[in-house]
Design a protein around this ligand. Structure first.
Ligand code: 6GU
Length: 259
């Protein structure tokens, strides 16, 4: 996969040199190319922003440098374009999987109050363009959001994770433990500062281990993300699940979270 990133702070992306993503780049699985937006500014000060039409606080990124920067890349073909913004559609595991299937992604990082909207209109008629948010909070710019998305996408590429199963087991991977958070995990030693590992995990009984893990996933999800449980398809709950949730006063098949 090729990923191009246009930003006024390409130094922000140094973390992409390390760990799983860094290794994928060394192997050639991932080809990341960073671009300085100011290289396409047309004045001596390399200006990329200006005051917003209609007034208001802050600055807006000018369309011309963006147009020149993006056009220069389109000589190579048609990437899928992603624009990080707190007003975008939510970045989810499902969107990460969709983007991981693309051959070429282009991330356009806005700063200030955002990029002049005509840039998205212009390329939206030629490319697939998504404005994407990584959560309900406001960052100073899109760079960190792109790091988040690049890592979530990069680890899904074939051969990037050591263990292909770890992708399937993810809390939000459509499949396996659908829409449940993963419960606690343990490793050696069996006792640490008087905290014991749950004996069932050392029992060697794979059926019991699987059941315990599912119970813990249900408990944890109810405790920290009850809305995920409420949105769960009741058909995916077996009789053990229903008994546990009943004990926890959660009513299956209702939006009502009774605790
Ligand atoms: Cl993608 N950008 C910015 N600036 N803030 C955000 C965001 C993106 N997602 C959540 N907050």
């Amino acid at each position: 996969m090729r990923i191009d990133i246009i930003s006024i702070f390409p130094e922000y992306f140094a973390p992409l040199d390390v760990s799983l993503i860094g290794k994928a780049r060394e192997r050639g699985t991932l080809d990341v190319r960073l671009h300085q937006l100011r290289d396409w500014a047309n004045d001596v000060h390399r200006t990329v922003d200006d005051t917003p039409y209609g007034g208001g606080p802050g600055m807006v990124m000018k369309p011309e440098p963006w147009g020149a920067a993006i056009d220069s890349l389109l000589a190579d073909g048609s990437p899928r374009m992603v624009v990080p913004t707190p007003s975008g559609r939510p970045f989810t595991q499902e969107l990460a999987q969709e983007l991981a299937a693309e051959e070429w992604l282009l991330f356009c990082c806005g700063r200030y109050e955002g990029i002049d909207s005509r840039v998205m209109a212009e390329y939206g008629s030629r490319l697939r363009v998504d404005e994407v948010s990584i959560g309900d909070y406001v960052l100073a710019g899109g760079e960190v959001a792109v790091l988040v998305m690049a890592e979530a996408i990069g680890r899904l590429l074939p051969g990037v994770l050591g263990n292909a199963c770890s992708v399937v087991d993810d809390s939000f991977a459509p499949g396996a433990m659908q829409n449940l958070l993963e419960g606690p995990v343990f490793t050696k030693p069996p006792v640490w500062r008087s905290h014991e590992v749950p004996p069932v995990l050392m029992s060697g009984n794979h059926g019991k281990v699987a059941r315990w893990r599912r119970d813990e996933a249900l408990r944890r999800t109810l405790s920290v993300r009850p809305e995920l449980l409420a949105s769960l398809d009741p058909a995916t709950l077996d009789k053990h699940d229903r008994r546990l949730l009943d004990e926890l006063s959660f009513r299956v098949g209702s939006e009502d979270v009774a605790n």
